[in-house]
Design a protein around this ligand. Sequence first.
Ligand SMILES: [Zn+2]
Length: 212
Amino acid sequence: MEISSVGYGSYPEILLLNSNFKPGDRFLKIVLEVHKKDVKFLGDFGETYRSLTRLFPSIKRHQCCHDSLYAEKIRTRGGVPIKEADIYANIAHLIEHIIIDLIANISGLSSVSGVTCGYLRPISRHDIFVECPRKKLALFAANLALEVMENLGNGTVQKNRVKKLTKLAKIIENDYRKRFTAGEIADRVGCSRDEAQHLLNHYRRLSKARGK
Ligand SMILES: [Zn+2]
């Protein structure tokens, strides 16, 4: 999967799509292309969802307002609160929820809303919008969400790494004008200076726009 374009700003045309959206809200917008091979690896919605809840337990508390012609079923087995649609939309929709979860946890906001809109042609393409107070945080959340989904597909996801990256993002978000050193991050995250430097480099890569 890939992000083929990324934007940040206000999108008045989507305000009607979710009753939690308010005029003046700023949104991350990504255009996500889901490839056939992603469907092959991530096609089992229930399994993928359960793996995600092990990484991001608060996803289970999300309220899903996703309203699509195709989203008819709600999976209740295993406490799945997210509506299931077609296979491409499922993957895009789960990415939306990871982004929401990351933004809410890192920013401390009590409510973050989003919407996923699928294209009729090609069906593999989706616009995902998520409320976010800062562009850098929006980019970080989108890129990390994608990385996690890709790693989940090939079995290389590292729970500890994701946890530490999220912790680092939270530290930076709370004091985003400050430039942290690896030593400070090591103390706050509880890791070696070497690992802190790797985390900082990874964070900076993820906080930049990816895609064309
Ligand atoms: Zn949803």
